[in-house]
Design a protein around this ligand. Structure first.
Ligand code: HBI
Ligand code: FE
Length: 294
């Protein structure tokens, strides 16, 4: 784990959990890449499939007019409303579409392992499902967050290419002591990103799309800031892991995400190490705060 003093809470949390062995999930059967068998036929109870159906139904009702088109279209095509999906089935369709595969993991995996998977177009999906009392809120990613939130976007070729590049960038960042910065980029895009559309702001971030409350909040509330995407600004900005975000960053399209994160970040990391991090609720002088959807 990084000893960089800028490291955000999320990673401190993960580090603590890893060190104390308190990560949720059964890691005893995992291979060297932390991959396990999903064991779909035996692992899940009827009650867990029923809980998935309820989670799915709630989110599916919220997303029309709020999630970006590719998320809505891909989710529909995935046809996973009726129970926890079989990863191998999805992989068949996904591999044809963008060359990505899903791999089952016991839960959070080490940074290096996570980046290795992405760099090789494998998306790690947690096997276990949250419990009933976590219906509204869960800290660690479970199968509902990982699958429902992340997998639909992997059907978009530009997003899919971006995520692979992010994985390669992660492996580089580990060597350059830039992980905290790259993690902020991931957080404010892949997890909590907004995107412009002709009809107004739309969501593509998985952390929002798998959340019961934030889907509405991020687009309609007057409280948070909505700031045009800018890589260096994001990498300077701390984030909240235990509340709705105080700032969302808005991309124009997935090409922007891909293009603006293509450069070598080595000089950027060096510059960032000389600067203080910005609080999560910062609005810089001259920065646009985009209005909520009406
Ligand atoms: N492991 N399963 C899993 N899912 C993640 O999103 C994840 C992880 N390990 C590390 C990690 N993310 C971080 O390195 C990135 O979010 C930056
Ligand atoms: Fe996630």
């Amino acid at each position: 784990m990084s000893t960089n003093p800028n490291t955000d809470d999320f990673f401190a949390t993960v580090a603590t959990k890893s060190d104390s062995g308190a990560l949720r999930g059964d890691y005893s059967q995992a291979d060297a890449n932390y991959v396990v068998a999903q064991n779909w036929d035996t692992f899940y109870t009827p009650e867990q499939h029923a809980l998935w159906r309820r989670l799915y139904a709630r989110q599916a009702k919220l997303i029309p007019g709020r999630a970006c088109d590719v998320f809505i279209d891909s989710l529909k095509a995935l046809d996973v409303s009726q129970g926890i999906p079989r990863f191998d089935r999805t992989t068949e369709a996904l591999y044809k579409a963008t060359g990505w595969q899903l791999v089952a993991v016991p839960g959070l995996v080490p940074d290096h392992t996570f980046f290795e998977h992405l760099a090789n177009r494998r998306f790690p999906v947690t096997v276990w499902l949250r419990e009933e009392h976590e219906f509204d809120y869960i800290v660690e990613p479970d199968v509902f967050h990982d699958f429902f939130g992340h997998v639909p976007l992997l059907f978009n070729p530009i997003f899919a290419d971006h995520l692979q590049e992010y994985g390669k960038g992660g492996l580089k960042a580990l060597k350059l002591d830039g992980l905290a910065y790259l993690a902020r980029l991931y957080w404010y895009t892949i997890e909590f990103g907004l995107i412009r559309s002709e009809q107004g702001l739309r969501i593509y971030g998985a952390g929002i799309l798998s959340s019961g409350g934030e889907v509405e909040y991020c687009l309609s509330s007057d409280q948070p800031r909505r700031v045009p995407f800018q890589v260096e600004r994001i990498m300077r900005t701390l984030y909240k892991i235990d509340s709705y975000q105080e700032t969302y960053f808005v991309i124009d399209d997935f090409e922007q995400l891909f293009n603006d994160t293509a450069p070598d970040f080595t000089p950027l990391y060096e510059r960032l190490k000389q600067q203080d991090a910005l609080p999560a609720n910062t609005l810089l002088a001259g920065e646009t705060n985009l209005p909520p959807n009406r």
